[in-house]
Design a protein around this ligand. Structure first.
Ligand code: ATP
Ligand code: MG
Length: 749
């Protein structure tokens, strides 16, 4: 096997150990993804496994495509037939086939975050609740948290402890909203992102024949970035693999950065319990980065208490010191980044695509973009307001969605009176209320408009439904491109945009054309077997931010650190290294949050192969104001031996840093920063500075605990009800409270 030569001994062991449960826990850049790739090639090529029997779950669809491409290079075209994609896209495909078992149409819509929030806003309004208390964002994240822990609305409503929790948060109607939200999604034939996983769990729980079918199909299951799976994802994988037990997961606990979305690092620890005969591989040799970068990254992550011990090392060159760049303002920061890229490109004959600029929040891209534009350096933004989130694109997509699934309420709201056809908000509301009160699909209301609306409005609605019916016939007969082109024209949308002769109007018109081009490309791609409009819509709905970047031109990449996971670039800038920005102000409620921010910093630094720059500004526009900034505490945590102050700007430096002296290293003198604020602003109780929730598996009566809000208390009782464990705790200052242990953050004192 010639290809096995591209692996070191432990990597090779992980590849050749094909049967039974395997877990690869390894540091950044140590070849985890490479091992998965080679493992799949090996399964097909050496073990004769049918590619159709292999399922691999990746972080983005693009990562899956790259992996397929790589396997193809190793063993040929057969690779194409493996099942590969994100959890969401893979199981959406399966749900499409099995939808009827759950009472859903097979062409169900997938609501994106905007759709979900808009639906929540309608529900909050209909329930006459205060939308300042029940903010769409807050409600959605609470619902999402419940779904990721597999708590459905019935359980949610019936659980007195969750109820108590919501009452404490002064949001007692949360459960009711959750219920209405689910009912409305169901009535709209729609699922949100979390439903894709939640419903897959329901499907596998209630339909053993279906589960069995997929268990037989997927003889080998593999998961990349395992540290970022949530309970819902974990259970799906576990169920699928439970017959053959050929499951291989790879991950790095130090790169777990999605706890805020319910990812649970415990999955790594549980894995060892769930599979006692687990074969564990550690990879410690980094192939990606220079010694300096690896050393710096190690020194950062060492500050975290919660971690599995690993020694990451590399045989690569020592490399350049990490450069610290201080700017007087965010705009100057942008200029310094752009100038550095310009110089490095020329001096080292690099491409734009060798550079990445990483930031904590999307809004930071503006100043960097401006500077790059001024120097005519091509760049692309991954994430942010992407193409598919533009209004005109969403409008046309809503038409297509509604034609394919006529129960889709959010799509309906977008298009019913756009372009204008004399159907006012009142009529729309009347129709929604009618559907709600009679519990019938909106489409039925529309086709019987005369029963619900006065004459003129009823006529317009009937014309509209005739139009939609004619589109539906086209969708059935034509491929996605022909159908979409026809919808764009006949709906009046293209004309509306065409008639707007402003520059923005022209742009919007071109964007719609661009969407049609993308559909054409989809239809022409031989890999897409299903060329229907429904199939295209699903594919688009499931793109992750990274996938949306289609650009193949040579460009500098701008993206959030979260999106950069798994990627590598020759030179990386981590910008905005300032207190309150990174670590983020929003994520400073506990030590646990701070540790997650630090892991994020670790992910950022480990993307760099040859050169790493850390930049910060002394002033920055945020929330519409010019703010003074302090350097990030994280800068102090990098081993001073691997860092230097950028020489290009040494004249502009304050005396707190020594600048680089030609070749020699300079010491890194600590940054002056006033005392760090206490880690929390909670009014009721200030958690101890070292507050960190404990694992409550072994919590017992009589133990003393600390709660971030309620302070100290003693456990009086522990109960188990269904899948929930609850503890009654007598708090010193707040009396007795019963808390659901999977939600409560408790520190055992
Ligand atoms: P991350 O934690 O960032 O996801 P990873 O552990 O998945 O990283 P890979 O992306 O698989 O690491 O590998 C990092 C780089 O090192 C890649 O460019 C890969 O091709 C290279 N690499 C890994 N193993 C070897 C090897 N044995 N020989 C040569 N190059 C290797
Ligand atoms: Mg990887």
């Amino acid at each position: 096997m010639e290809y096995l030569k591209g692996l070191n001994p432990p990597q090779r062991e992980a590849v050749e150990h094909t049967d039974g449960p395997v877990m690869i826990i390894a540091g950044a850049g140590s070849g985890k993804t490479r091992v998965l790739t080679y493992r799949i090639a090996h399964l097909i090529h050496a073990k004769g496994i049918d590619p159709f029997n292999i399922l691999s779950l990746t972080f983005t669809n693009k990562a899956a495509a790259e992996m397929k491409h790589r396997i193809e290079q190793l063993i040929g075209l057969e690779a194409r037939n493996t099942w590969m994609g994100t959890f969401h896209s893979t199981f959406a495909k399966i749900l499409r086939v099995e939808a009827d078992k759950l009472g859903y149409p097979s062409n169900f819509s997938i609501y994106d975050t905007d759709d979900s929030k808009s639906l929540i806003r309608s529900i909050v309004k209909e329930m006459r609740l205060d939308d300042k208390v029940y903010k769409a964002n807050t409600v959605l994240s609470r619902i999402s948290g419940a779904k990721n822990r597999l708590i459905g609305w019935e359980t949610y409503l019936n659980d007195p402890y969750i109820k108590a929790d919501d009452e404490t948060a002064m949001k007692p109607k949360m459960g009711e909203i959750y219920k209405n939200y689910q009912k409305r999604l169901f009535r709209s034939g729609a699922m949100d992102f979390d439903d894709l996983l939640f419903n897959t769990n329901v499907l596998f729980r209630d339909h053993l024949d279906v589960l069995n079918k997929y268990q037989q199909r997927f003889k080998y299951v593999m998961v990349d970035e395992f540290q970022d799976t949530n309970l819902s994802q974990y259970l799906i994988t576990k169920k699928l693999a439970s017959v053959h037990q050929n499951i291989c997961v790879v991950g790095d606990d130090a790169q777990s950065i999605y706890a805020f979305r319910g990812a649970d690092i415990q999955n790594i620890l549980n894995f060892e319990k769930d599979y006692p005969d687990l074969f564990v591989v550690k990879l410690e040799q980094n192939y990606r980065s220079t010694k300096n970068i690896v050393h710096a990254a190690n020194s950062i992550i060492a500050k975290n208490k919660a971690q599995l011990k690993k020694e990451v090392w590399t045989q690569n060159q020592q490399g350049d010191l990490i450069e610290l760049i201080k700017a007087s303002s965010d705009n100057e920061e942008g200029r310094m980044v752009a100038t550095t890229i310009f110089e490095e490109k020329n001096n080292k004959k690099l491409n734009n695509s060798d550079f990445a600029v990483l930031y904590r929040t999307n809004s930071q891209s503006r100043s960097i973009e401006e500077a790059l534009r001024k120097m005519s350096i091509t760049y692309k933004i991954v994430g942010g307001l992407s193409f598919y989130q533009r209004k005109e694109i969403k409008d046309l997509m809503a038409y297509m969605r509604f034609v394919v699934n006529r129960e889709d309420e959010e799509a309906f709201k977008r298009i019913i009176n756009y372009p204008k056809r004399g159907i006012g908000d009142t009529s729309v509301e009347k129709m929604m209320v009618a559907a709600y009160e009679h519990d019938i699909p909106l489409w039925e209301v529309m086709t019987n408009a005369a029963s619900f609306l006065p004459g003129r409005a009823a006529n317009s609605v009937e014309d509209f439904s005739t139009l939609i019916k004619s589109f539906a016939i086209e969708v059935e007969r034509k491929d996605a491109y022909d159908a979409a082109s026809s919808i764009a024209k006949q709906s009046g949308l293209l004309r509306e945009l065409y008639e707007d002769k402003t520059i923005e109007g022209l742009n919007r018109y071109e964007n719609v054309q661009e969407l049609l081009n993308a559909i054409k490309e989809y239809v022409d791609n031989p890999e897409n077997e299903d060329k229907s409009l429904g199939a295209f819509l699903q594919e688009i709905a499931l793109l992750t931010d990274n996938d949306r970047d289609k650009d193949t031109t040579d460009a500098v990449t701008l993206m959030t650190i979260h999106s950069s996971k798994g990627l590598e670039f020759k030179q990386v800038f981590v910008v905005g290294m300032e207190e309150d920005l990174f670590p983020s102000q929003m994520m400073m409620q506990s030590r646990e949050d701070l540790e997650e921010e630090r892991r994020l910093f670790y992910v950022a630094t480990t993307r760099a192969m040859e050169r790493l720059y850390l930049t910060y500004a002394l002033t920055r526009y945020r929330f519409g104001r010019l703010l003074n900034c302090e350097p990030s505490r994280f800068l102090e945590e990098v081993d001073p031996d691997c860092i230097k102050v950028n020489k290009r700007i040494s004249s502009a430096l304050s005396s707190s840093f020594r600048s680089d002296t030609s070749e020699g290293r300079s010491g890194f003198v600590g940054i002056k920063r006033p005392n760090i604020r206490p880690a929390t602003t909670a009014k009721v109780h200030t958690p101890s500075p070292d507050f960190k929730p404990s694992n409550t598996n072994n919590l017992a009566v009589g133990m003393k605990v600390e709660h971030p809000k309620f302070g100290f208390g003693t456990v009086n009782k522990i109960e188990i009800e269904g899948i929930n464990r609850k503890a009654s705790i007598a708090f010193d200052n707040f009396g007795e409270k019963t808390l659901l242990l999977s939600f409560a953050k408790l520190r055992i004192v």
